[in-house]
Design a protein around this ligand. Structure first.
Ligand code: GLY
Length: 392
């Protein structure tokens, strides 16, 4: 079915009371999880509902620290603050010793852990760690093509590409410029989003997951998927990274041309939502499919719509706020975990990766919780109950 704004408006919306109850439940589960995950981290996705413990590696550990900061802000309980600060030390060591940081995910890792710590508590080590992370990311900027290379060794021919997820890594560069007064970080971020939107947005307003750049000329070459169903399909989480990523760059740059980009990417997402408003992992699938959902895509999109609504005219702000609150209602009712005996995650029914004929993924975290789903769910709830100041 094709959703329209009118059909979406017929669904119930999450209000402050419902979001508050869901936030209470989420903070309660996070409190129980603390005993296991203070000196180590939950792994990227749950297995049969429960997270295994991991060292501070991969791109996903910052989400759990972000959950702790959100829980601290909501409860004012120092137990969360102290655990988060212990983890900030781990991030300091990680970037200082360059442990698993040869990739672009510095924003996911360091905005939600260290920038959050600095903004909320003034922690100087957190600021230092976040600035080292920004510098590390800046090292991935390629003049030839004007973009941040996502994966692999910088300059490597087989990895000369950008990916849509990187839009969420740009805020740490904007923040670094604001904090240090050095314009170069923000300039790289601004150039990257310009290049990215030129490449990845298709005529029908869906998006490519990844896009190769010609290493000799710097011109956009071709798009392929990594985690989507097909090279030409719309991976649901990728589309959601687009929504929130554009909103975050708008927050820093106030470039009016992003408003139209935001509308195009977001309206595609909304039009293709299935009957229960929880997207399948790729928009190739619609109501009635037996393919798994990706609740995390919905949570990310909700945060993006709520952020962007702050800058839109009244009519458009209302449209996206109301759509976001309806998706959030569906998430609370269908995916919000209230029972630690069932799972130690906060948001059920996510999909990390699903193998298909055209992608190179193996199934991973299918119909499971994942740490970013938990984080963005909690951020979305926080946005509905308070005038939240972003960590991004
Ligand atoms: N940024 C990686 C992912 O969304 O799976």
């Amino acid at each position: 079915m094709a959703q329209t704004f009118e059909t979406i408006m017929k669904y119930p919306a999450a209000d402050e009371k419902l979001a508050g109850k869901a936030l209470e439940a989420a903070a309660g589960i996070a409190r129980e999880d603390l005993a296991r995950f203070t000196d180590c981290f939950p792994s990227s996705n749950s297995i049969n509902g429960f997270y295994e413990a991991t060292e501070n590696v991969e791109w996903t550990t910052g989400f759990w620290t972000g959950v702790l900061w959100l829980a601290y802000e909501y409860t004012k309980d120092n137990i969360f603050r102290e655990a988060a600060q212990i983890q900030v030390e781990s991030f300091y060591e990680r970037i200082k010793n360059k442990i698993d940081v040869n990739h672009h995910d510095m924003g996911f890792l360091f905005s939600l852990s260290c920038v959050a710590s600095y903004k909320l508590t003034g922690n100087g080590r957190a600021r230092e760690a976040a600035l080292m992370a920004a510098e590390n990311l800046a090292g991935r900027y390629r003049e030839k093509g004007s973009f941040l290379q996502a994966w692999g060794n910088v300059g490597e021919a087989s990895e000369y590409r950008l990916i849509i997820d990187c839009l969420l890594n740009l805020p740490i560069l904007y923040w670094a410029s604001e904090t240090t007064g050095e314009a170069r970080y923000a300039k790289m971020a601004e150039n990257h989003i310009r290049t990215a939107m030129k490449c990845i947005l298709r005529e029908d307003d869906s998006t490519y997951h990844t896009y190769f750049i010609d290493r000799e000329t710097g011109n956009p070459a071709y798009g392929v998927t990594h985690q989507g169903n097909r090279n030409n399909s719309a991976w649901a989480r990728g589309q959601a990274w687009g929504i929130y990523g554009i909103a975050l760059s708008f927050h820093y740059l106030k470039d009016e041309s992003y408003i139209r980009l935001f509308e195009r990417v977001t309206d595609f997402f909304l039009r293709h939502l299935p009957e229960d408003l929880i997207p399948y992992w790729d928009f190739d699938f619609d109501t009635g499919s037996t393919e798994p959902r990706d609740s995390s895509a919905a949570a990310i999109a909700v945060c993006g719509m709520l952020e962007m609504s702050k800058y839109l005219d009244k009519e458009r702000a209302e449209k996206y706020t109301e759509a976001a609150k309806r998706i959030l209602y569906a998430l609370i009712e269908k995916c919000g975990n209230r029972d630690i005996a069932q799972s130690d995650g906060l948001l059920l029914h996510g999909t990390y990766a699903r193998g298909s004929e055209e992608n190179t993924c193996k199934n991973r975290g299918v119909d499971e919780c994942n740490t970013w789903g938990d984080y963005f769910y909690m951020e979305a709830l926080t946005r509905v109950v308070s005038d939240w100041k972003m960590y991004w």
